[in-house]
Structure formats: C-alpha cells, structure tokens
Write a protein that binds this ligand. Sequence first.
Ligand code: G6P
Length: 368
Amino acid sequence: SEATREGFEHYMLKEIYEQPESIRNAMRGRLDEENATAVFGGLNLTPQQSRMVERIILTGCGTSWHSGLVGEYLIEDLARIPVSVEYASELRYRNPPIENNTLVFGITQSGETADTLAALRETKRKGHRTLAICNVVGSSIAQAADGGVYLYAGPEIGVASTKAFTSQCCVLAMLGLYFGRLRHLSFERGKQIIEELRQLPNAIQQTLGCNEQVRDVAQKYQNASTVLYLGRQFNFPTALEGALKLKEISYIHAEGYPAAEMKHGPIALVDKETPSVFIIPRGTTYTKVMANMEEVKARGGPVIALANEDDPQVQAVADDVIHVPQVPEFLQPIVNVVPLQLLAYHIALLRGCDVDKPRNLAKSVTVE
Ligand code: G6P
C-alpha cells in the first residue's frame, strides 16, 4: 500500500512513531509460547541443520550493518554461536576462509543494495547457505537468498533508516532465541525472553514520550560542529547508529565510539563546544560508563545523557538528561536508538535541512 505522511510533517517522524507497531509486526506469529522459542516460516532450515550451525556471518551496509553489530552481541549472548559482522562491500572482495556449517545473513531494508547482494552471491557460490533479513518482499536479495526473515515494517520512505533498524534488531533477538533454544537455553529462560519481547512495543511507546525533552536538547546543541556518541556493549552499536543519523540528515560531523576507547583518541576533540552523548542506562557497564562520562565532564565537554528515570547520579554529572525506560540489556538498543533518531530529526529540522531527502544520499544504493 502507498505510504502517506498521515499528518506527520515528515516521513521520518512518522516512521519513528510507527516503531511500537512495526516491532509488533516483526514479532507477529513468531513467538511460540508452548515451546518457549521463536518460529520462522521462511528460514528453510530443519532443526537439525540449525543445531549444526557453527558460525554466523552478518553482512550489510549503513544502518543495516549497525543492526548486524547488535546481532553479534545478541546471538553470541543468547545462542553462544560465534558471529562476525562484515561490511558487504568488504566481504564481497575479501575472499575469507569460511568454515563449513556457516550461515550468512544479508541484512537489508530495501533488498536492493548492490554490495549486499554481491556479498551474498559470492558466499553462496562458495557453497554457504545464505539468508536474508529484509523488509521489501520479493526484492532482489530476498530472491537471491536461500531463505530468510521478512521485517514486515511497512514501506520506509525517509532516506535515513529508522523503523527498519529496530525491526532488524528485533528479528535478530528472535533468531538468538531460536538458535539458543536448540542448544543450551532453558525452557524457563525462553519463556522469559518471550515475555520481555512482548513488553517491547510498550517500552518504545513510553520512550516516544521523550520527544519534547529531545526537542529542547536539540535547540541547545543545534550549532555544534562535532558531536560524540558513546556507549558500551549493547549500546556501542547504538552509539554508532545515533552518530550516523545525525551525520546523514543534519550534516553535523558525528562519531560513535565505544565509551572506553574514547580515551585513545576522540577525547582530544573534547572542548566546551563539542557535546558528547552518553548512553548510560542501568546495567552491567553502568559504573564504567559513568567513569568515562566524568572524564569528559572534567575536560569541560558538555554531556547529554540517555539514562533511566530517577538516576540522581547521572543527573549530577550530565548537563542534559533524556529519560529511557529500563529494559533487559539485550533489548536496550531497540529502545535507546529512538531518542537518538529524534535528536537527529530535531537538529536537522532546526538547521533547515531536508530531513526526508538528505543531500548526496539515496534510499537504496544499487551501484557499488
Ligand atoms: C543507504 C540508505 C541507508 C541504509 C543503507 C543500506 O545508504 O541511505 O539508510 O542503511 O543504504 O540499505 P539497505 O536497504 O540495504 O538496508
């Protein structure tokens, strides 16, 4: 069906707001309570074949490569299968040795990205099973792959990807559950993961409540010329994605970095004109990220923190705090990316940029 803006000023904003629904659509019919696992109609893998998988390669471009990075944390954590993430443009020419029983997933919104298609064809030629995690039904990559999982996110028109990213992460979480349940993951843990996934659309809905707060933050920092995005573990790819969103639509230079690596370079950029966005929800690396945040503060850099509500410790250090609901760590990227999408949106809008059609970029890149 034809997409319309339905009262939203831009497709991007509409697509950001659709995320509770698009996530619901990604999960529809795929959570199997009885067996405490996920089910996929189109994987074309028997349980026995799935159990034999010894390595997974996730490949894609741009935002889809970022969801691959989230997938690496997710699948290794839930299924204990080693994962590597490859830029499709590099994988296609690199000719790496790939072990038997490796699955190659091409992650793509459009299903038409030339490099991703070529990377899948190349790995398929060498005898590996290729699968697609794709939004557009019947697209070239969906057809070229041996099977796959559709996102069912509906048409994404804004050039900067938003809802496709969160749906890709959600599908990767369900794949982690599926492969995990064929291995070590207990029935109880499987049930718990299903319950946590079911709560996700509500958590995203709640997160969207930060819009006004984010707009105020955008107002304050709209004239920055560089912004750093910092997070650890599951929130490291989220930092990369937040930085990419800002670059793409506001043309402000931004860098995403693992928060602890910052001291090996990017911290040299910190001054009172260079804000840092810290993703610091409660979780295993909370105190570590706090220390990194204090280092930036001590060097006079403005700090914007993405944190859980009622966090006086963060409040005491950060100049501005954006609240996100607390969710299990493996689902944090899906929630935490939402304020970062909104931040890029509002800054771009304030700077008079063409949010839905940024300069020099295309929705799908069908050339190398
Ligand atoms: C282009 C788009 C990005 C997208 C990337 C990969 O660069 O502007 O938003 O992430 O292509 O696209 P795909 O359709 O393969 O996910």
